[in-house]
Design a protein around this ligand. Structure first.
Ligand code: FES
Length: 88
């Protein structure tokens, strides 16, 4: 069982690596939702108090979902580079 709804979506199955562990995903879904579906809701920890951080708004507004992709900090729920399988 995974966190996806059967019959919705359907991009090619792909795998990417997040925090040194493989994540099964579908091309075209956001990194945030791929991680959520894989049971990986914690994206980082606060530099201030170490509290776990993850998706909050899923709209690209709050910046709680910041992650590093190829050395670039992005919001993994929204915007450039946030889609699985997207180039650059
Ligand atoms: S969850 Fe708010 S910007 Fe991504």
């Amino acid at each position: 069982m995974n966190g996806r709804i059967d019959g919705i979506g359907g991009g090619a199955e792909v795998t990417f690596v997040f925090a040194d562990k493989p994540v099964a995903a579908r091309a075209g879904e956001s990194l945030a939702m791929a991680l959520w579906a894989a049971g990986r809701p914690v994206l980082r920890h606060s530099s201030r108090d170490g509290a776990p951080r993850g998706v909050l708004c899923n709209l690209g507004i709050c910046y709680e979902c910041l992650v590093l992709v190829d050395g670039v900090r992005i919001r993994c729920c929204h915007g450039n580079g946030s889609l699985v399988g997207a180039a650059g």
